[in-house]
Design a protein around this ligand. Structure first.
Ligand code: SF4
Length: 461
């Protein structure tokens, strides 16, 4: 248990996190979890956060040590796509019972690891700690070590029981598990001056595949993506990359910073959403690679590609620009999307009437001010009732949010588009920006809105 609290404290001290840096020593120890108001939804637990962060690693067994409901709640909750193995979509749990609570669940865990290896032969097994076994004192580190010795393959303990804290903390604890047990344990078959890591990209709806062809055209090789469409061996050998791009600053900044510290891999924070952000990402990556020995011609090649792709995207967007100009958007998301999607939509002439910053860092907020001006309407907390009123009074033409708020928009009979992790469309890169705008256009001009706003036949007369 002390191991968990030490890890949690270490994560709270993360010097790469601007929010942490701004806090006093005492406040920092308390961590980032806000006291919930009665009636508020708690969001995911730390285990959920760790599982979400690592589950996109496609070829390993993700074994949850705990009662069956923990795995049931977290299974497949993100639409991360795989180009190869589908093992990551299979649910594995030790499903501990009352007798395990009395006598301990370590033997059961060991047997489950053995069974998973015997039946599926994965390159590694990730074992997730949950509340109940952590409270009864099951030592998953010791079991994983014994299993690794016995079965001759990596068994990675992920120390993130739900009670440790929030989903966001779980993301970071998942990063710590990779740093402690996976990264740097293998060597890549070859290296090039063009090897990069992408951290915080989960290949939701296949978004990585929208940007990968651009990298391919420049000869840039993604050594590992943490964790979208990743294979165990790619992550184990990603310490040989020359540069890192950090996509969602909040979730896994500890991996990027510690890899810079340990292996000297420089990183920058960027986004794949929006035309100019995509171009900046390519530019920055090329700049870092050239700084680390790649031929300087990479810079001119990158500029050429940016010019060509931007031109192509703007050509496709022309048709929407007229239809969407001046349309007002209410953006309820968070983190990196709170600013990257803003600039993306402004590029096609839409007006952002508000963007939520509940899950955003101070740096995210600064970026919002940069793209929306000092007067930016940043929403710290918006109740469903306020959201409903805003839409009902037509102060926004469309709401972009996660699935949980969709019913607010539908009740107000206003268009809504899913841009959070459960979305089914990919919005990254130049191609993704065109897809996002096309989806907004489709939602806004869907004839269903006229129909549902008409009075019901029985209420007429
Ligand atoms: S809070 Fe604990 S018991 Fe609940 S899902 Fe998370 S790990 Fe499982």
């Amino acid at each position: 248990m002390s191991n968990i609290s030490e890890k949690v404290q270490a994560v709270f001290q993360e010097p790469g996190c601007a929010k942490n840096r701004a806090k006093l020593e005492k406040e920092r120890k308390k961590g980032c979890t806000k006291q919930l108001q009665p009636g508020a939804a708690a969001g995911g637990c730390a285990f959920d956060g760790a599982k979400i962060a690592l589950q996109p690693i496609t070829d390993v067994v993700h074994l949850v040590h705990g009662p069956i409901a923990c795995e049931g709640n977290s299974w497949d909750n993100r639409g991360s796509k795989s180009s190869d193995s589908l093992l990551y979509r299979m649910g594995f749990t030790t499903d501990i019972q009352e007798m395990d609570v009395v006598y301990g669940g370590e033997k059961r865990l060991f047997r489950a690891i053995k069974e998973a290896i015997d039946r599926y032969d994965p390159p590694a097994v990730f074992v997730y700690q949950t509340c109940v076994p952590a409270l009864i004192g099951d030592d998953i580190e010791a079991v994983c070590q014994a299993a690794k010795k016995q079965f001759g393959r990596p068994v990675v303990p992920v120390q993130s029981p739900g009670f440790a804290g929030s989903k966001n903390l779980g993301n970071k604890l998942a990063g710590e598990a990779l740093l402690d047990h996976v990264i740097g344990t293998e060597e890549p078959s070859n290296t090039t001056p063009y090897d990069v890591n992408i951290i915080g990209e989960y290949n939701l709806a296949g978004e990585l595949w929208q940007v990968q062809p651009l990298f391919d055209q420049l000869g840039i090789r993604i050594l590992a993506c943490i964790s979208g469409n990743a294979k165990y061996r790619e992550i184990a050998s990603c310490h040989r990359a020359k540069a890192t791009m950090l996509v969602c600053s909040k979730a896994m900044i500890n991996i990027a910073r510690k890899m810079e510290e340990r292996y000297g891999i420089p990183f920058f924070e960027g986004s794949f959403y929006g035309i100019s952000d995509m171009s900046d990402a390519l530019r920055n990556l090329a700049g870092l690679l050239v700084g680390r020995g790649a031929p300087a011609e990479l810079l001119s090649k990158t500029e050429l590609l940016i010019r060509r792709e931007e031109q192509k995207a703007w050509e496709k967007l022309k048709v929407y620009q007229k239809r969407l100009a001046g349309k007002r958007v209410l953006l309820i998301t968070g983190g990196v999307k709170s600013w990257s999607v803003v600039s993306a939509l402004q590029e096609v002439g839409m007006e952002i009437v508000g963007t939520s910053v509940k899950k955003s860092t101070e740096e995210d907020k600064e970026r919002i001010k940069k793209v929306m001006g000092e007067e930016a309407h940043m929403i710290e907390e918006m109740t469903p009732r306020e959201m409903y009123r805003m839409l009902k009074e037509a102060r926004a033409d469309i709401m972009l949010s996660g699935g949980r708020s969709q019913f607010v928009a539908l009740k107000a009979k206003m268009p809504w588009l899913d841009i959070n992790q459960e979305r089914h469309h990919a919005y990254a890169g130049y191609e993704g920006m065109v897809a996002l705008v096309a989806e907004i256009d489709r939602a806004l001009y869907n004839p269903v809105w006229q129909e549902v706003r008409l009075p019901a036949p029985w209420s007429e007369g």
